[in-house]
Design a binder for this molecule. Sequence first.
Ligand SMILES: Cc1cc2nc3c(=O)[nH]c(=O)nc-3n(C[C@H](O)[C@H](O)[C@H](O)COP(=O)(O)OP(=O)(O)OC[C@H]3O[C@@H](n4cnc5c(N)ncnc54)[C@H](O)[C@@H]3O)c2cc1C
Length: 483
Amino acid sequence: MARLRRREVLAAGAGGLIGASGVAARATAAPGSRSGASYDVIIVGAGLSGLTAAHVLRRGGRSVLVLEARDRVGGRNFDVRLPGTNGAVAELGGQWAGPGQTKVLALARRLGVRTFPTYAQGQSVYFHDGTRRTYPGSVPPASPAALADLARIIAGLNAMARTVPVHAPWTARGARAIDERSTGEYFDSVASTLEAREIARVALRGVYGEDAEMVSLLDLLAAIQGVGGDFSTLIGSAQSLRFVGGPEQLSRRLGARLHGAIRLGEPVIEVNWGRRVTLVTPTGAFTAGRAILTPPKPVIGSIRFEPELPAILDQLLQRQPMGAVIKINAVYARPFWRAQGLSGAVVSTTGPVQLVYDNSPPSGVPGVLVGFMEGNAGRPYLSLPAARRRAAALACFARYFGAAAGRPTAYHDMVWAAERYTRGAYSTYNPPGVLTSFGRATAAQPVGPLHFAGDGTSPLWPGYMEGAIRSGERAAAEVLRSL
Ligand SMILES: Cc1cc2nc3c(=O)[nH]c(=O)nc-3n(C[C@H](O)[C@H](O)[C@H](O)COP(=O)(O)OP(=O)(O)OC[C@H]3O[C@@H](n4cnc5c(N)ncnc54)[C@H](O)[C@@H]3O)c2cc1C
């Protein structure tokens, strides 16, 4: 992580420590949150799920310590300040919310973080087969046959999703056969036009950050149920609101209210568990009655456990990967596309950037475009030099909005797959066969004193801030019951 943020979360500090990035970092800990001290609960990870769990446990009267590997809180919420503005940011991680996301919106209200509507006025851009067209509303001007295919795909998904129990998708009728199919195979079986197959794949990448061939159809149906039963929610209304000043503030404000119970720059490298649990970091060992682990599954899999985790869980951790997303924000003096009657939104069947939105702050100044390289469309760029990534992204923006879009005043991107403590985006997903092969084991069951949270463990709004908060509440309630 390139950027070092001042540790606003900190109240009192224990000694200077070496941060995860190798840069000297001050731990954010209250007196007493020292190596060797003992707690009721230690939480690994100061993202939204971990911080939510910490608050619930504190309210339940329990002593809590949060160990965070990075030198900042927020995890996959990460905002970059735009200089010369009154606190405007470019979000490089999570950013949108929408109707039905009751927990994250309530949290924002409680913490005094206001929301504003995503800018969506004017015509959007559809780029297909080398041709750029603009269109009003939310339905791209694909061929009538492709639009009919897309309508069939969505209706089919929504109808199948209704048969899937959201808390136990592996028990659905015919679950095995559904789970063995990839979403890509489903798209191809329903759509007769190449154009519809391509658009469906762009939409799926927008949800998972991964290609349709990689994702189990049963996983998608469960996700549809988890957001209220309509596939369109995943790519539509779930993106209708943004947070003034960015969603990272939610974590920073939650962190500040924990009054020094967070230690930054403390990557947990070993977990010794039995009746109690001891978490080892490069600076020491911390013991508790229970631990809640919130990192993404592949990151948990890279921690050493003593004794080893049960084989079924270890195997599962090897099979639930993160998607591959590069998120880009290009900043301009003004949102010049608005003056041309454009909303800033793009759907393109040509990569590497296939989805773009207006990401300007509420004032509209500066203008910001956000774009995504996802799954196979972005994979070749994961290991290319930053300059090649930037050139490819800006070439896409210029293709959609003209030469001016290729000359931003500032450019920010983030390769989430290269983030050691995240390892991809947007979240974990189940490849074909995993949900039904592992069944109940996929449901984040506690193991001895170890509990699991994180957006990917939430049946409702999995992969969203909403899911992260819900998972933190669930894990904390589990712990309170068990103590
Ligand atoms: C590019 C991108 C765009 C997104 N867009 C949206 C969106 O528009 N709307 C939305 O709702 N959601 C979005 N999301 C998802 C959202 O950001 C996540 O759902 C949410 O932030 C997850 O919170 P979490 O606490 O579960 O996990 P995380 O935020 O990943 O928190 C886990 C924490 O654990 C820490 N950690 C990892 N390993 C260790 C270790 N060994 N020791 C100690 N600490 C460790 C990490 O540093 C991290 O802080 C997006 C995510 C990304 C990456």
